[in-house]
Design a protein around this ligand. Sequence first.
Ligand SMILES: [Zn+2]
Length: 214
Amino acid sequence: MRSFLVCSFLLATFLVTVKSDAVDRSLSDEEVLAGSPAALATENRVADQRDLTRLSDASQLRRFIAAGLLVKITSATGYFIDETLGEADTTNIALYSYARPWVKTFLDDLAADPLRPAGLKLKVTSLVRTVAYQEQLRKKYPAATSATEPGRRSSHLTGSTVDISTKEMSEEGKAWLRKKLAALERRDLMQATEEKSTSLCFHVMVFPEYPIKR
Ligand SMILES: [Zn+2]
């Protein structure tokens, strides 16, 4: 009996330790949103676990759109599609303003947030991409994420990711969005990164369960 109690105590201590490691409450919003190889690994792990297809080319993208697996994101109150979106494949430019339905839910939630600073319109600079598109992008921007390297592929290939530009966003707007994204990432509903080097944006992979658990 005594050894059972000791074991139970050790197990409980272990579980508490593991839990506090998994959710580090001491991190600031900026730290939660810092880009890292771990953030990219998480995006890839979630894509694998949720069985999210990485789209290969424009014809597969067309099939996904026709099947209703991706929805069109159109400019609405609170956000708009940037004219550069799809620029690496101008022939098929209209295909790139699509995303998974849970990305649209997330954007609509941001637009409807009563705490959104007055007059702030979010500029959406990227949604779904294909392997072919990402490779074109890498020719132009060599620092862009891989299209093919296992475990390090861009999550835009799944259609679950949106980039929101911070280039012309007010400090008030950035502070509001940082707080919002960090809180949702702590709840394991997304993996968000504030990119501050080559592209100035919030890169946000929304997890499929977002609409049910938000
Ligand atoms: Zn991105």
